[in-house]
Design a protein around this ligand. Structure first.
Ligand SMILES: [Zn+2]
Length: 299
């Protein structure tokens, strides 16, 4: 039985921020290997204008391909109604909308205030066609605005919970610390209960795992992560991307919390990633050190 549910976001969050382009064929091979390792949810791309982000230009094809894999929930990101319509057309099971709690980030990223963005997501939810997750981004701080008031995070999460299937909190730029994670997740949980599902952490300052453990300790069981900590943040030079899937799986499995993911197969998927874009930096301790002698996955 899976006690912790991990969504691999490398093909979206990782590749969207990577310096090197991965071919469509390599993406398919990588996503297939991730599914074979036991990942049951994969964010495979985003429906943003291809001119803005060429790495995501093949997302429609990648979604259609991923739908042919067994037992995989295919997730795509959309920044607006148009992106949502493309995602539904391609057959995404679930669409994630980033709704920034930072006013400055929201205005520069999607040219909407957070309130306008909430209304955009509401329109998509009314249309239907896919499961909808509202992800409160920059929930722990913002490179443009600095501190983000916790009240803003709570207010946006509460509005999204009215019509989204699930709400997530995202540390988009890697500003969170474990005490803050416990505080904010607990506060939002008191307001929206089980609608609060996912935690999305970046490893920018090396606190990805610590933040994931803090969230786990206050009851969070759904985590985003990316293989090899792929990606980074254009606003944080030298930063790695998301919390690293291999290390996150190792942490939970060694604690006895089952993820349903096979680490040896996960390392095979990592080889595919490294061979496809060999000049792209990848991170992670577990893949380099290997599994400890006598290691047993959680039952
Ligand atoms: Zn992210």
């Amino acid at each position: 039985m899976r006690q912790v549910h991990i969504c691999e976001v490398g093909p979206r969050d990782g590749l969207q921020n990577a310096k090197h382009l991965m071919s469509t064929e390599a993406k398919k091979a990588w996503i297939s290997a991730l599914a074979a390792a036991g990942l049951r949810e994969i964010e495979v791309g985003s429906f943003v204008p291809p001119k803005l982000i060429p790495a995501m230009a093949d997302t429609g094809e990648i979604v259609r391909f991923s739908r042919t894999l067994q037992n995989v929930k295919v997730v795509a990101l959309a920044p607006n109604l148009k992106g949502f319509q493309r995602a539904v057309e391609a057959g995404a099971h679930k669409v994630t909308f980033p709704v920034s709690a930072s006013r400055k980030h929201s205005e520069s990223n999607v040219r909407m205030t957070p309130e306008q963005m909430v209304e955009e997501v509401r329109r998509c939810a009314e249309l239907g066609g896919a499961e909808i997750e509202g992800a409160v981004s920059t929930a722990f701080g913002c490179t443009m605005q600095g501190a983000v008031p916790e009240d803003d995070v709570v207010r946006i999460a509460v509005s999204l919970a009215q019509f989204c299937d699930a709400v997530a909190l995202a540390d988009t730029v890697g500003y969170a610390n474990p005490a803050q994670v416990k505080r904010i997740f607990s506060r939002v949980k008191r307001e929206i209960g089980d609608k609060l599902e996912g935690a999305h952490f970046h490893n920018t300052r090396g606190l990805g795992l610590a933040n994931a453990l803090a969230a786990y300790e206050v009851g969070v069981r759904n985590f985003d992560s990316s293989m090899g900590g792929l990606g980074g943040c254009p606003f944080a030079p030298g930063a790695s991307g998301n919390v690293i899937t291999e290390d996150l799986v190792f942490m939970f499995e060694s604690m006895g919390a089952s993820t349903g993911i096979d680490l040896e197969k996960l390392f095979k998927a990592r080889e595919i990633l490294v061979n496809a874009i060999p000049d792209e930096p990848v991170y992670g301790h577990t893949a380099l050190a290997g599994l400890p002698k006598g290691f047993r996955a959680a039952a």
